[in-house]
Design a protein. Structure first.
Length: 141
């Protein structure tokens, strides 16, 4: 237990993953953070992006979070995501469609548009597409 941390990734919809890891990387609001066993306690916001879990076996698992909170204790990390999914479950076509919708909404100059919502949707769609691209690059290695 001394060289590992327990990781729980949950969203409003479901428990996404729970297990033991030797390292975790997450997209904190102020930049990516790495969490190793015995990390100092931390509570911070997450932005949309990739969570990477390095298991004891050396295998890496990838998850997408749209934002949320990460709580770090010396031997426990809890990610409470707004929405989350396993990287393999990401839908590129849906992400492209969401990006196009958000861009169209931002281009609309009428008063009927909620710019903050459209901008948030665009950021989330771009983060999903970036993660899909990163997964493709890793698969080619």
């Amino acid at each position: 237990m001394e060289n590992t941390i327990k990781v729980d990734i949950v969203s409003a919809e479901a428990d996404i993953w729970s297990g033991v890891a030797k390292m975790l990387f997450a997209p904190a609001a102020m930049g990516e953070i790495g969490v190793a066993p015995r990390h100092a306690p931390l509570l911070t916001r997450l932005k949309a992006g990739e969570v990477r879990v390095q298991q004891e076996s050396g295998e890496e698992l990838y998850f997408y979070v749209s934002g949320g909170i990460i709580e770090v204790q010396p031997y426990l990390v809890t990610i409470l995501a707004d929405t989350a999914s396993r990287a393999k479950d990401l839908d590129e076509a849906a992400a492209l469609e969401a990006k196009q919708r958000a861009e169209a909404a931002l281009a609309d100059k009428s008063d009927a548009i909620d710019y903050a919502k459209a901008q948030a949707e665009l950021i989330e769609a771009v983060a999903r597409l970036q993660m899909i691209e990163n997964l493709r690059k890793r698969a080619k290695r």
